[in-house]
Design a protein around this ligand. Structure first.
Ligand SMILES: C=C(O[C@@H]1C=C(C(=O)O)C=C[C@H]1O)C(=O)O
Length: 113
């Protein structure tokens, strides 16, 4: 008997293949799968945001408007902070992410002009 066997009172589970595994590890695995799904959704949302911003860029180009719209950027940043508070996440962190998203769009918009 190993030291771990003597000290643990946790019920033992087996995988389909009959190997023993730690239930704490199993839930860690489930949680990581959940994170994986969320991460894919985040990338999908970034792609959607980028696509719409590209369309905005085309409209601006057609109307001879500049790529950058600082007042719109301020509105986006303010909304990001409001939503961060609503969902109880760090507003500075969320704002930093949105700053990056905006810069990403502007870099792409400049390239396509
Ligand atoms: C997408 C736009 O173009 C730029 C990018 C923005 C963004 O990514 O949110 C906001 C303002 C603009 O500087 C826009 O004007 O709405």
């Amino acid at each position: 008997m190993t030291e771990r066997d003597e000290t643990t009172t946790t019920e033992r589970f087996t995988t389909d293949g009959g190997e023993e595994f730690d239930p704490a590890e199993a839930s860690l695995d489930e949680l990581r799968h959940e994170i994986e799904d969320i991460d894919r959704e985040i990338v999908e949302l970034i792609a959607r945001r980028t696509y719409v911003a590209d369309t905005v860029a085309q409209v601006k180009a057609d109307r001879n408007l500049p790529t950058t719209d600082e007042s719109q950027e301020e509105r986006v940043m303010e909304r990001a902070a409001t939503n961060a508070k609503r969902f109880e996440v760090d507003a500075n962190l969320v704002k930093a992410i949105f700053r990056l998203l905006i810069e990403l769009n502007k870099a792409e918009q400049r390239e396509s002009r």
